[in-house]
Write a protein that binds this ligand. Structure first.
Ligand code: PLP
Length: 390
């Protein structure tokens, strides 16, 4: 089969690959615990499911406007007003198939071949692959565990060139869980503005931030400088709706039109029924978020204590549901890198993890704590036995 040269350069998603391997072992009868999951272990709230059922019963099953039904776009605009005080309206929003399609549309709308995209590393797995689709060039901005995996203005300045077009920020971060403060985000936005660099702010975990840290967003800065920033959000993580595929952007009206053009020639509107469910989520009770946050804080603390108890360096994250410890001192001759160590752990004790190399840092391994407390304890004790050789 002859496929395009473009395709040959695109790596498959490492997180999806790990989950597939875990499924394969399960099918062979092995008991596998997955700490590789990128989704909450809670169900979609009942009122959201009920809204979807009602939409089907009401025959709301036809094409909708490409960027989404107006009431949902308004609800997204209201979200940014309610939580971040940004005055905006539905015309500045677009609804897409998850945060993923929002990011893809944005990069396709913004980047010319050869232009450089700054990506702080460690990074979410799909950014570099999406940049490849645009024929742009990914430029990684290294960060370290000691600085909580956050970029500094000096770090950004060191890699800036005349070709720099976009900076992708992600807070809270996947894979590290680390968060920028509001002041840090604003300082970076000012630096980017001064150098005519557009910011894509991936805030898909913005509801999952743990006190005393507070959710931070560039939404308010966007209101003042709408041509310089786009905010990416999604209901996937905050409303346990990963399979429904609903993401959104807050962006300049012209950029929204550009993204609609791309979406209109590729997928059109997202599922009509999902749009009604999303509306119920945004306009209804947010109790699920508080419930999840309580569990995630408890599990983060539990996992953090065990992992640092191994003597591993690991910033204590304020958001999302991941820990990204530095574990290279435990790599061995038969498992000399993060991928080999993850394979060894999966084969020896049946725990699936994602190698740090997938996120641009081979010294680390990503642990998701989106599993119940007992499973988490059991899995970590098994991983510890491999790493510490006991
Ligand atoms: N951005 C980050 C940082 C993510 O972790 C994910 C999903 O894992 C996405 C975007 C995409 O989210 P969605 O499932 O809504 O497409």
């Amino acid at each position: 089969m002859r496929t395009s040269e473009r395709l040959a350069q695109i790596k498959p998603s490492a997180t999806l690959a790990v989950n597939a391997k875990a499924q394969e072992l399960r099918a062979q009868g092995r008991e596998i615990i997955s700490l590789a999951v990128g989704q909450p272990d809670f169900g979609t709230p009942q009122h959201v499911c009920d809204a979807a059922k009602a939409a089907m019963d009401d025959g709301f099953t036809r094409y909708t406007p490409v960027p989404g039904i107006p009431e949902l776009r308004d609800a997204v605009a209201n979200y940014y007003t309610k939580f971040y005080g940004a005055k905006t309206c539905g015309d500045n929003t677009i609804i897409s198939n998850g945060g993923k399609q929002v990011l893809y549309n944005l990069l396709m709308a913004l980047v010319n071949p050869g232009e450089e995209i700054l990506i702080p590393a460690p990074y979410w797995v799909s950014y570099p692959a999406m940049v490849q689709f645009t024929e742009g060039v990914s430029v990684f901005v290294p960060t370290t565990a000691e600085e909580d995996y956050l970029v500094t203005l000096e770090g950004l300045e060191a890699v800036r060139t005349d070709k720099t077009r976009v900076l992708i920020l992600n807070s809270p971060s996947n894979p590290t869980g680390c968060c920028y403060t509001q002041a840090q985000l604003e300082a970076i936005a000012q630096w980017a503005r001064e150098h005519d660099i557009f910011i894509i702010s991936d805030e898909v975990y913005d509801r999952l931030v743990y006190a005393p840290a507070e959710p931070a967003s560039l939404a308010k800065v966007w209101e003042a400088h709408p041509e310089t920033i786009a905010i990416v959000g999604a209901l996937s993580k905050s409303f346990c709706m990963t399979g429904w595929r609903v993401g959104y952007a807050l962006a300049h009206e012209e950029l929204v039109k550009a993204m609609s053009k791309i979406q209109g020639q590729s997928t059109s509107n997202i599922n009509s029924i999902t749009q009604k469910a999303a509306l119920a989520a945004l306009n209804g009770s947010w109790d699920i978020v508080d419930e999840m946050k309580k569990s995630f804080v408890r599990r983060r603390d539990l996992a953090y204590e065990i992992i640092t108890g191994w003597g591993a360096e690991c910033p204590k994250p304020d958001g999302a549901f991941y820990l990204f410890p530095v574990l290279d001192k435990f790599y061995t001759e038969d498992a000399p890198d993060s991928a080999a160590m993850c394979t060894k752990i999966l084969e020896e004790v049946g725990v699936a993890l994602v190698p740090g190399s997938a996120f641009g840092d081979d010294k680390c391994i990503r642990f998701s704590y989106a599993v119940d407390d007992e499973t988490l304890k059991d899995a970590l004790s098994k991983v510890g036995s491999v790493l510490l050789g006991k």
